[in-house]
Design a protein around this ligand. Sequence first.
Ligand code: DAH
Length: 344
Amino acid sequence: MQEKLNKLKDQAIRELSLVKNIKQLDDVAQKYFGRKGGDLNNILKGLKDLDPEARKEIGSLANEIKEELEAAVEAIRQTLNAKEVESKLESDWLDVTLPVDTNLGHLHPISIVQYELEDLFKGLGFKILDGPELESDYYNFEALNIPKHHPARDMQDTFYVDNSKNTDKWVMRAHTSNVQVRAMKEFGPPLRAVVPGRVFRCESTDASHDTTFDQLEGFMIDEDISIANLIAVMKVMLSAIFKRDVKVRLRPGYFPFVEPGFELDMQCLICGGKGCSVCKQVGWLEIMGCGMIHPNVLKAGGIDPEKYSGFAFGLGLTRFVMMRYGIEDIRHLNSGDLRFLKQF
Ligand code: DAH
């Protein structure tokens, strides 16, 4: 038995000395110390059949050999690891004297303005929320007080998608207002949030219409919220974005999810209200829809309209970007044309 053990040790040492990489090392270690069928382990397992005297003697020799071999495996492993690092360093090198590529990417103009608005609203205590682009008919229309077959649906013709699980269709959301009722249900009142995001319409494209564009929805719900709060927040937002004091006016506008509803105009910054080609000689530019959230919408969101009120607005982020940078055709924005994008 003793002889057998010494032989095994010599053989293991010979095999370890020939190992060239970690994989081979693991194979040899497995062969001798593997839990199932490792040669040395088998001997240790067989000890129980020996008489006590022999068990003690052979047992201590076998353990000694095991420890010695395990130490050898560890030492070889460290050397092999060090060698691997060294050879990696030799092959993976970097020429730090090469000129730096300064042609880095940058944010898309929509993202630039979106992030600016997000920062501004965060400062006013608003949450920034996200929502699904493929939406149920319910959140896109019904929850917003636009029942099926109501003519108001024609204002926002979108893409319907078959929903095999349900008779109700899915829609590509026609506006970011789809997040209003989702947010009311999730957070409850009081609530302040803005929702930037991509929306879709079934449009014939031209210089000012596209099938895909961006909006920023906003709403504020609490006790005693009034139109005065709406106007104040809109003025703060527009003045911050256009970096000067901005005059606004409200005109009645129809949106089924607000009552009263408004179109908000901003005094033209180019002519100061006198009339020019940008504002089509009117002196004012239509910027967004807004109003006081309809009681039916608050109810759909589980909020008591007797106790709470709120304002909402939906701003055409894409429109905003076009005005800010003087972009004359909406189709540039999603074109991916580098001649356009590199200007920002
Ligand atoms: N969702 C409307 C649209 O896409 C915009 C809008 C109007 C949003 C009035 C509002 C609002 O929150 O109060 O045309």
